[in-house]
Every structure is written in C-alpha cells, then in structure tokens.
Design a protein around this ligand. Structure first.
Ligand code: SF4
Ligand code: SF4
Length: 76
C-alpha cells in the first residue's frame, strides 16, 4: 500500500518571518518547522523543515500571508 508524503513549501518572497507557523507546528503539528539562518526580504526569520511533515496543515491555516502550502505526493 502506498502512503502519502507531505512537503511544506515556503515562499521566501511572501513570508515575512513571523514564525507563527513554527509555533503552531510545534504545538499542534509534527514539530518539523524550525527557524533557519536565512532572513526574509522583510527582515524576519525564514522557517525551514526538519523532519517528516504529518500533513495536518495547521501551518497553512494560520499563515497570515498564505506563504506556506503543503504539497502531497504518493510515495512508492
Ligand atoms: S506564518 Fe507564514 S509569514 Fe509567518 S513565518 Fe510562517 S510562512 Fe512566514
Ligand atoms: S502540515 Fe502540520 S506537521 Fe506539516 S509543517 Fe504544517 S503544521 Fe507542521
């Protein structure tokens, strides 16, 4: 049986670096979003992914700028 895999995709152009997504992922999601060393064009902290996203989509729901989306693909 194949499983779905979820990949968080973050738009560096749209993200302001507020880290709301990192917070909600840690509290209600899989805890896979983290602060990176990169800065957004607006001077915030760009999130990064470390670990396996569970596809709960809380980050999508809370991002004020629609800067993060979860892509789904069938894994072999
Ligand atoms: S909630 Fe949205 S704008 Fe804020 S850091 Fe996450 S992706 Fe960027
Ligand atoms: S979908 Fe859930 S587990 Fe995946 S990055 Fe977003 S909040 Fe975290």
């Amino acid at each position: 049986m194949s499983e779905s895999r979820f990949e968080p995709v973050i738009s560096a152009e749209a993200c302001k670096g507020c880290l709301i997504c990192v917070n909600v992922c840690g509290k209600k999601g899989g805890g896979v979003l983290e602060e990176s060393d990169e800065r957004t064009p607006m001077g915030g902290v760009l999130p990064t992914v470390d670990g396996e996203c569970i596809g709960c989509r809380w980050c999508e729901r809370v991002c004020p700028d629609f800067a993060i989306s979860i892509e789904e693909a069938e894994a072999c």
